[in-house]
Design a protein around this ligand. Structure first.
Ligand code: KG4
Ligand code: ZN
Length: 324
């Protein structure tokens, strides 16, 4: 089955051609430079840029895959969650193309697609636990099958990437700052500043990062060395992610998969593998951890194979908690 996949939930215009769930071509046009001066994504600006580049990117993805439009079997696109204006560009494009080509369309949940990004290179073994850690989301799921998904816990305030970006900004590292903060932290041979460990009430494996962010801000204001703040903050974020993930796991789980932009953080992958000996830990490769259309095409392929299609005209959703 050959699919064109479209991802425009935030500030990457990404198009992919997927052949039976594997990548035939993948284009990611990042808007990072466009949003750098404002230190964050301006939704209106993001939507306009998506519209400017989406057709050219689609043609390039098809050309790189050596595929004609007439050879497609369907179109997968991101329905949400994300920025509404950005989502509308991708969904309108995908639905118009599906209508014109008489192809089935399938609307995909972006957060769940971050999990399926891992399955492009690594066959899943169920049941498994998935940690999605990105700029917009920090959530734990259990999957009994590709489309049988249960939410275990999620952040009660900021997403991990959002907190990393905010602290990176306070440190003058630009936007988005997660990767720059990791590089700065790597320059410190010893320990970073000590920040309080996060403790949450309740059984659910939920996350909270806003307290840590405030503690990091105070450390910066009190004149701590920036690199030591970066290291201490990253360590505290990772400790909270690792500890909460450990709490979510049960003995029958056969693997842990990690997706989302923050999965590119090498210290996180190392810490999870060290804390969970005996459990296979599979982190999305760097090219597939951030926002990309291949993950949308991968989950869309699972959905189409299961007979799920989307009627044209379905609205996009800024928040979308549905589990398939
Ligand atoms: O998944 P993603 O591309 O977009 C969302 O769906 O949110 O994630 C973007 C997030 C940003 O917060 C960015 O700072 C973070 O991923 N990120 C990192 C690293 N690379 C990207 N965070 C920590 N370490 C990294 N190496
Ligand atoms: Zn994402």
């Amino acid at each position: 089955m050959r699919l064109l996949a479209v991802e425009t939930s935030c500030d990457e215009t990404s198009l992919a051609v997927m052949e039976d769930g594997q990548i035939a071509s993948l284009r990611v046009a990042s808007q990072a430079a466009l949003h750098q001066p404002t230190g964050g994504v301006v939704p209106e600006v993001a939507a306009r840029r998506h519209l400017e580049v989406i057709r050219v990117e689609a043609e390039a993805a098809l050309a790189e895959a050596g595929s004609a439009l007439s050879e497609l079997d369907g179109i997968a696109y991101t329905r949400g969650p994300g920025l509404v204006g950005s989502l509308l560009v991708g969904s309108s494009f995908a639905q118009a193309l599906a209508l014109a080509q008489r192809l089935p369309a399938v609307a995909v949940n972006h957060v769940l697609a971050h999990i399926h990004a891992v399955f492009i290179g690594q066959e899943p073994r169920f049941p498994l636990v998935a940690l999605v850690v990105s700029g917009g989301h920090t959530s734990l799921f259990r999957l009994e099958a590709p489309l049988q998904i249960e939410l275990l816990g999620e952040t009660r305030d900021d997403a991990a990437g959002e907190a990393l970006d905010k602290v990176a900004r306070l440190l003058g590292l630009g936007y988005p700052g997660g990767a720059a903060l990791e590089r700065l932290a790597e320059q410190v041979p010893g320990p970073g500043v000590t920040l309080p460990r996060v403790r949450l009430e309740g059984e659910r494996p939920d996350f909270s990062f806003s307290g840590l962010k405030t503690a990091a801000r105070q450390a910066i204001l009190s004149g701590e060395e920036p690199a030591r703040v970066a290291k201490g903050f990253q360590e505290a974020v990772i400790a909270h992610l690792v500890e909460t993930t450990r709490r979510a796991l049960v003995p029958s789980d056969r693997m842990l998969v990690v997706g989302g932009g923050v999965a590119a953080n090498r210290a996180l992958g190392r810490a999870l593998a060290e804390a969970l000996p005996g459990l296979p830990v599979h982190v999305a490769p760097p090219a597939l951890s951030g926002d990309n259309a291949a993950m949308i095409g991968r989950l869309g392929w699972e959905m189409l194979r299961a007979g799920i299609t989307t009627p044209l005209g379905l609205p996009v959703l800024s928040q979308w908690a549905a589990l398939t």
